[in-house]
Write a protein that binds this ligand. Structure first.
Ligand code: UDP
Ligand code: LCN
Length: 812
């Protein structure tokens, strides 16, 4: 039998070269079109549009160009840099995998570029930039080269699964690799008290025989015998607390370990590590904004992150209480949310040092002020201006945490760039497992904020922020994301973390390997919505009908005041509803404009928004002020009165929940029109309330919603299409009301299946266990990365922070 010939996959350069010889004329004409645009950057749709123009619609002979190897290269291109006579293309054949080619259009020659060469070429786009051969390159690849990682794009975001497979196969291959597990169990203590195994258990054979002995002893006892009655005997055999609260649980846990010692398998390992009681004290850092439990939502920089963390803490505390009890421990778990104390708290509780979190027994918000040599900063400041305060904040927070917990925490969770940087500093100095949650990475929200960083610097100080992000993602033991796209995008779009793999900040430094999306530290653990606040409109028994009077006043009352302006002359029409902070990226004014321009839509439905303030005097946030002015302009220009109601930010969550449902009663929809939305909690809230939801295709919502099934994707860059899609939907529902119900039901189901806090907290506890163990096993290797990051922090980050001005309080 003939052996099939193995053919090598042609390189990117070869594919371009082959096409050059087969389609010389067309390719010259296409490339000349690119080059004719002069120095600049081309986006994917530009590249394809020009290709279609060259081919011509009916030109069958040339279709092979579009469907051939070069067409494939162009279809997976993410950007092209044109510096005549060169065109360099960044190609992304699949999530997380990048290649770079450069064509000289005059000489028709092709070369493959390294990341570094590509970025160096890209830097020439910036006027006044001097090409220098000695540019600082950040490269974390060599440090991670020996670390295991998956290769399939579909494995991205399943880090813990991969890690367990790796750990168990190593343990299987060599019995010596079981030693670290023994050491880990022996070293495990809480506040000086031994847990799991005591010092007598000095070898694996001894552990195995002790387990067999314990098994014999336990199997003779009733399954529900409490641990207190077993403690003395088990201690004599070498076991300490932590195995379970009854004979049955202790036996199950011991069987898991016996299985692992005999033939390790990933799922037994995950269950075992997830059950070891490791996390009793958790510190959650969320620094900027107003972090409070009431009267804060919708204020600038204060949105989903606060909601997410408060819900997370409640779910986590429950899970920790249940787990510690089941493992037979008398330890009271504690969670501290550490945030900024704002003396000028504007009617919120943000000036209190310690605040108990409602719905929990042992969790608190601990507030620490921003302090400099000049004293405490009294006022709220934008998240873009916090950098000069963080190092001192970390020091002060460390001592406050120590005095609250009477020790160090077992897990530190950072949130957003500022919280993650402080989490890195604290976990580094305390040697504690660090978890990172981005919520939003600003680099993705502001296009070209890397290459043209200098243009953004005055307002946003991105150089410090992006540097902080790189330090935190690499220092962190594990990273939780809400969606796959947050890590690695989709087939056609780049993920938020993925965009930190390689980029350049000209004249500052070049990132050639900033983060690897295949790193097993990435895990998708999606948040949910608080089901006591956000639940389906059809859940009649729990509806808060008592609030309908105040909701109707809010929507239809004639008064024009600081809480609402605009009127709805026909209250019987369905409502298009949206709610967000009044940031530019949220594009709320874009929704108003697209509604305003579509006559049919205006006839069919009303528009109701909850966003920011309607008076510029009430805001001190630069983006919000610009949006307020724009909104007033649109109301006037399109004469929206009678069809549009603008409500100021709403801080009453219970009423907000009922508002979603009220809109659903009226067969309305929710629209999330952001230019970019990292995740989008309002999308989850609206869907679970039963509102058919139309949400941006840029970011998380595209993954939450299955287009046309559980809601709809919209592209805010094509507002006319958005308006006609909405108008078509309402027209169809008018003719066939069951269509509204179909989408509504599917939306509710989608959330119940995927986005709940119960699934979240179980997962997070397992991750803390597995990565805690992994940190222990790999601590020597990790040291090298840490030292490199320390250097980067001291030599680069601290200098960048010096360029961010300190804020000044107004005189009192
Ligand atoms: N929110 C609110 N009142 C407002 C605006 C927003 O209660 O005036 C809430 C909203 O219900 C959601 C959160 O704030 O729970 C916003 O989260 P999302 O993830 O949608 O956006 P973010 O503000 O975090 O960018
Ligand atoms: C921040 C954002 O911008 C939203 O997209 C998220 O939903 C929120 O945080 C919670 O993670």
């Amino acid at each position: 039998m003939a052996t099939p010939k193995l053919s090598r996959i042609p390189s990117m350069r070869e594919r371009v070269e082959d096409t050059l010889s087969a389609h010389r004329n067309e390719l010259v004409s296409l490339l000349s079109r690119y080059v004719a645009q002069g120095k600049g950057m081309l986006q994917p749709h530009h590249l394809i549009d020009e290709l279609d123009k060259v081919i011509g619609v009916d030109d069958r002979a040339n279709l092979t160009l579009r469907d051939g190897p070069f067409g494939e290269v162009l279809k997976s291109a993410q950007e092209a840099i044109v510096l005549p006579p060169f065109v360099a293309i960044a190609v992304r054949p699949r999530p997380g995998v990048w290649e770079y080619v450069r064509v000289n259009v005059h000489e028709l020659s092709v070369e493959q570029l390294s990341v570094s060469e590509y970025l160096q070429f890209k830097e020439q786009l910036v006027d006044g930039h001097v090409n220098d051969n000695y540019v600082l390159e950040l490269d974390l690849e060599p440090f991670n080269a020996s670390f295991p990682r998956p290769t399939r794009s579909s494995s991205i975001g399943n880090g813990v699964q991969f890690l367990n497979r790796h750990l168990s196969s190593v343990m299987f291959r060599s019995k010596d690799s079981l030693e670290p597990l023994l050491d880990f169990l022996r070293a495990h203590k809480h506040k000086g008290q031994a847990m799991m195994l005591n010092d007598r258990m000095y070898s694996i054979p001894r552990l195995q025989s002790a387990l067999t002995k314990a098994e014999g002893y336990l199997s003779k006892l009733p399954a529900d015998t409490p641990y207190s009655l077993l403690e003395h005997d088990l201690q004599g055999m070498g076991f300490e607390r932590g195995w379970g609260d009854t004979t049955e649980r202790v036996l199950k846990m011991m069987h898991l370990l016996m299985d692992i010692l005999q033939a390790p398998d990933p799922s037994a390992l995950e269950t075992f590590l997830g059950r070891i009681p490791m996390v009793f004290n958790v510190v959650i850092l969320s620094i900027h904004g107003y972090f409070g439990q009431a009267n804060v939502l919708g204020l600038p920089d204060t949105g989903g992150q606060v909601v997410y963390i408060l819900d997370q803490v409640r779910a986590l505390e429950n899970e920790m209480l249940m787990k510690t009890k089941q493992q037979g421990l008398n330890v009271t778990p504690r969670i501290l949310i550490v945030t900024r104390l704002i003396p000028d708290a504007k009617g919120t509780s943000c000036n209190q040092r310690l605040e108990r979190i409602s719905g929990t027994k042992h969790s608190h918000i601990l507030r620490v002020p921003f302090r400099t040599e000049k004293g405490v900063l009294r006022k709220w400041i934008s998240r873009f201006d916090v950098w000069p305060y963080l190092e001192k904040f970390a020091e002060d927070a460390a001592s406050e945490i120590a005095s609250e917990l009477q020790g160090v925490p077992d897990l530190i969770i950072g949130n957003y760039s500022d919280g993650n940087l402080v989490a890195s500093l604290l976990s580094h100095s305390m040697g504690v497992t660090q978890c990172t949650i981005a919520h939003a990475l600003e680099k993705t929200k502001y296009p070209d904020s890397d290459i043209y960083w200098k243009n953004f610097e005055d307002k946003y100080h991105f150089s410090a922020q992006f540097t902080a992000d790189l330090i935190a993602m690499n220092n962190s033991d594990f990273i939780i994301t809400s969606t796959y796209q947050e890590i690695a995008g989709t087939k056609n779009t780049v993920g938020q973390y993925e965009s930190h793999t390689a980029f350049t900040l000209p004249d500052l430094y070049r990132v050639v390997h900033g983060i690897d999306v295949f790193d097993p530290k990435f895990n998708i653990v999606s948040p949910g919505a608080d089901m006591s606040i956000y639940f389906p409109y059809s859940d009649k028994e729990n509806r808060l009908t008592a609030l309908h009077g105040s909701i109707e006043k809010l929507l239809f009352g004639p008064e024009q005041n600081e809480e609402h302006i605009g009127t709805l002359s026909d209250p019987s029409k369905p409502i298009i509803f949206s709610m967000a902070r009044l940031d530019r990226v949220k594009n709320i004014t874009g929704l108003v404009e697209c509604y305003a321009k579509n006559t049919k839509l205006r006839e069919l439905v009303n528009l109701v928004l909850v966003a920011g303030y309607n008076d510029v005097k009430k805001s001190n946030d630069r983006e919000e002020i610009a949006e307020i002015e724009k909104m007033h302009g649109l109301m006037k220009e399109y004469n929206l009165d009678g069809q549009f109601r603008w409500l100021s930010s709403q801080t009453n969550r219970a009423r907000n929940g009922e508002l979603y449902r009220y809109v659903a009663d009226k067969r309305g929809v929710f629209v999330q029109p952001a230019f970019y939305e990292a995740f989008g909690l309002t999308v989850v809230e609206a869907m679970v309330s039963g509102l058919p939801t139309f949400a941006t295709c840029h970011g998380g919502p595209a993954e939450i919603i299955e287009d046309g099934v559980s809601g709809f994707h919209i592209d805010p860059y094509h507002p006319d299409d958005v308006a006609s899609r909405l108008a078509d939907f309402f027209q169809r529902c008018k003719e066939d009301p069951t269509y509204w119900e179909e989408i509504s039901k599917a939306g509710i189901q989608r959330i119940l299946d995927r986005y709940t806090w119960k699934i979240y907290s179980e997962r997070l506890m397992t991750l803390a266990g597995v990565y805690g163990f992994w940190k222990y096993v790999s601590k020597l290797e990790r040291r090298e990365t840490r030292r490199y990051l320390e250097m980067f922090y001291i030599l680069k980050y601290r200098n960048l922070v010096k360029s961010v001005p300190l804020q000044i309080d107004e005189e009192h």
